[in-house]
Design a protein around this ligand. Structure first.
Ligand SMILES: [Zn+2]
Ligand SMILES: [Zn+2]
Length: 472
């Protein structure tokens, strides 16, 4: 390339040379200095395979490229006009014994085929490919969002073999159950299955027989769509995050299709396909919102409560912006909340968030998706996410005592205390401990009088070695 007269330099923002990365899908983010020029086509290149992806600089001269790593050393080159930067990324799956197992549940009397456009594969095997790819995005999102929090790239370890789980529950019975009952049924069945012995597994499961009934009156509100969807769930807690399969039609099964799917502005045929897109009504919108919902429910199985803002609030509709810098016209800034029927919203008790944090994150990272600080602290200590803490087999004893009302631990130190509303699981107050130097005694026991009202509040506590306890 001939020079344009400008002096460019390329910098990566979120990755270092020779960095060891524990997850396969990464976002390569960076900036180009020296200005945008006419010749300024950018590209990311794997110098060994020749695989390349173009990028264009967006506001602030930044770029963002979604990339799938090969096992071992990946020799990456970024070119922009006359500038080049080379670096190595080493993909080596994190050796965490605590892992996440994807499942596709096939109920009795059902063939396991999910709702899909005619001519496209909708077998259980195809569902598994979509689920694993979707979870790799979620895995990448967790790593990026925790990196923003404390400069350390951490995420959960995913078992890539999605298991087709044959349930004893009949499809007919499943369609009569609400999401709580479905969660109870499948959680119990899993406990009694070959997986039941392994305490170091958490499950992300999709129900194959989700059915979308015809809506005759043309009311395609979120609430009415939900009422007409059977064997459907969006529920995470304990060791299981459970979902329906009704959205898999807008999920890709191949890595190269991820960006085209996020950018797909095709209108959803509301009569025949389930829409959960925060009223964008597009394939891309539905893909973003439903991947966001998986991020949210997975947060619950990692012990997170609700927050007023961020992923654990209503801030999960635009996760596409974590992976691509392309803003679509239908990327509305806020989740639409129908004030006439708030009781049926997904997060009933959360008041409408102020948008301060969201705006801050938009400016800082170019996307509006984030974990609030308390959530990021829990995740970065959690055994499923923190490989060092996963090595502790002995758990700390965490106790609540009454006079005075206080919480204490025995061997490590208290790191975070959350007071949550019992009804909504909303974090109403939290305290971070051990940031500034404090006497060991203060980190072993914290007085909660005047703060914790056991009739209204529950308490969540996590220690520095990742031991945690929830006092309902
Ligand atoms: Zn140039
Ligand atoms: Zn929730």
């Amino acid at each position: 390339m001939t020079g344009c007269g400008l002096h460019h330099e390329v910098f990566t923002a979120n990755l270092k040379n020779d960095e060891i990365i524990g997850h396969q899908v990464v976002v390569i983010r960076g900036t180009v200095t020296g200005g945008i020029c006419d010749a300024g086509r950018g590209e990311v290149l794997d110098t060994e395979t020749g695989i390349r992806r173009d990028f264009q600089l967006t506001k602030g001269n930044v770029f963002k490229v979604l990339w799938s790593l090969r096992a071992g050393t990946n020799r990456i080159r970024i070119n922009y006009c006359t500038a080049t930067v080379n670096f190595n990324l080493i993909y080596h799956e994190t050796a965490n014994q605590y892992r996440v197992q994807p499942l596709y549940i096939v109920c009795q009397g059902h063939d396991g085929h999910f709702n899909e456009e005619s001519g496209k594969s909708n077998s259980p095997e195809e569902a598994c490919k979509k689920i694993v790819l979707g979870l790799k995005l979620v895995q990448c999102l967790y790593a990026e969002k925790l990196l923003e929090h404390d400069q350390s790239r951490k995420t959960f370890t995913l078992i890539e073999n999605c298991h087709i789980f044959r349930s004893k529950l009949s499809a007919e019975a499943a369609k009569k159950l609400d999401e709580n009952a479905l969660w109870n049924e499948f959680a119990r069945e899993l406990l009694n299955s070959e997986f039941g012995e392994d305490e170091k597994l958490k499950f992300v499961a999709f129900i194959g027989c989700t059915e979308y009934e015809e809506i005759a009156d043309g009311d395609y509100s979120y609430e009415n769509i939900k009422r007409h969807t059977k064997a459907q769930a969006n529920l995470g807690g304990g060791g299981l995050a459970l979902f329906g399969s009704g959205y898999l039609y807008c999920w890709p099964s191949e890595f190269d299709d991820i960006l085209p799917y996020f950018e797909n502005s095709k209108r959803i045929d509301l009569k025949n396909f389930l829409d959960d897109s925060n009223y964008r009504r597009t394939y891309g919108g539905c893909y973003a919102t439903t991947i966001g919902a998986v991020c949210h429910e997975l947060g619950h199985i990692f012990d997170l409560g609700h927050t007023e803002e961020g992923i654990m609030g209503n801030g999960f509709d635009y996760v596409n912006l974590v992976f691509t810098s392309k803003h679509l016209t239908e990327d509305l800034p806020n989740r639409i909340i129908d004030s006439t029927n708030q009781k049926d919203r997904r997060l009933t008790a959360i008041k409408r968030p102020g948008k301060f944090l969201q705006k801050y994150h938009e400016q800082k990272t170019g996307d509006s998706t984030f974990f609030t600080r308390n959530c990021a602290i829990i995740l970065s200590l959690h055994r499923w996410i923190n490989p060092e803490n996963s090595l502790y087999s002995e758990t700390d004893t965490i106790e609540l005592s009454e006079y005075p009302l206080s919480v204490s631990c025995t061997s490590s130190h208290l790191r975070l205390i959350e007071i949550r509303d019992k009804q909504s699981n909303l974090v109403v107050d939290y305290q971070e401990l051990g940031v500034s130097s404090a006497a060991a005694g203060e980190l072993r026991s914290v007085n909660l009088s005047n703060r914790l009202d056991p009739s209204r509040h529950s308490l969540f506590v996590i220690t520095s070695n990742g031991s945690s306890k929830f006092f309902a």
